[in-house]
Design a protein around this ligand. Structure first.
Ligand code: ZN
Length: 294
């Protein structure tokens, strides 16, 4: 039987040059959320950022690591999600818990209040060969989705529409993303054809925008039914889904390598009760070493 959630489902709208990705996350994202024990307000944004990262990573063809980093001057000052081409994803955040809980309900819905002035940075680190790609966008509008739209507009990438949903309580799915992208128009279109494609795109954007948070996170609504409910009119075709896994990539070896980049004197400063202990910020696993081991 095909997996129902914790996957990314590529799809295509029939008879138009529009493709999309539906990401719906359950157990795997709950695993990440439980590892951290962050406040609910952080979890909601973390879930959105994870779903967004998976949707984007699935669109960019790359062999290596894709990272989304959101940082700013606000109470939620840093959020990092990374995902490799095996679709192993991990995420963490840094925040001021008190300042975050001081925000009103309305303020907590506004990224300008939550993250403050800041940026969202998309990085692709290729495994070998090719150059590193980095795209930066200022946090714009009130949601992460709006900032993402802004990124695609300013970076001359494909026109893109995205809706994100993140958990509030441990019921329903943990997070979801619905994204559509307009493929490049063929050359030598006559004006009527171009107008028709423009209309189709605007229509698809409004359908995408009409999806509710409740629908995106509803465990009883299948991925296919969700897409059909939105796009039945013009027809929608789904491709093979790809599973996503919560998986950190830290190891004794990697942490050791990292620590050996410090000078002996700096390392000596880190010693506590005869050991240097490092806790992975992504997954919370601790590693300890004696100075001699390093
Ligand atoms: Zn880890």
């Amino acid at each position: 039987m095909q997996q129902k959630f914790d996957l990314v489902l590529p799809f295509q709208l029939d008879s138009s040059a529009i493709r999309g990705r539906l990401v719906r996350l359950d157990e795997e994202l709950w695993k990440i959320i439980k590892q951290h024990n962050y406040p609910a307000r952080v979890n909601e944004y973390l879930a959105q950022a994870v779903a967004l990262s998976i949707a984007l990573a699935n669109c960019f063809k790359f062999d290596g690591l894709f990272t989304v980093q959101i940082s700013g001057s606000g109470p939620l000052r840093l959020m990092v999600v990374d995902i490799n081409n095996q679709q192993d994803v991990r995420a963490c955040a840094r925040f001021d818990e008190q300042a975050l809980s001081n925000l009103s309900e309305a303020e907590a819905k506004n990224i300008q209040q939550v993250f403050g002035q800041g940026t969202m940075v998309f990085t692709i680190d290729p495994a070998v060969g090719e150059d590193r790609y980095q795209g930066v966008v200022e946090l714009t509008g009130t949601t992460l989705a709006e900032s993402t739209h802004h990124f695609f507009r300013q970076s001359e990438q494909l026109e893109t529409g995205v809706v994100l949903a993140g958990c509030k309580a441990s019921e329903g799915l943990a997070g979801a993303a619905l994204m559509i992208q307009r493929l490049p128009l063929p050359q030598n279109l006559v004006i009527e054809e171009k107008e028709e494609l423009d209309d189709q795109w605007i229509h698809a954007l409004s359908l995408t925008g009409s999806v509710s948070r409740k629908e995106l996170l509803d465990k009883n609504l299948s991925n296919e039914d969700l897409l059909y409910r939105l796009f039945w009119e013009g027809g929608v075709r789904v491709h093979e889904s790809q599973p996503v896994k919560a998986q950190c990539r830290c190891s004794q070896e990697k942490i050791k390598d990292m620590l050996t980049t410090f000078s002996d004197a700096d390392r000596h400063e880190m010693v506590f009760e005869d050991k240097i202990t490092v806790t992975c910020e992504f997954c919370g696993v601790g590693y300890s070493f004696t100075e001699e081991e390093l």
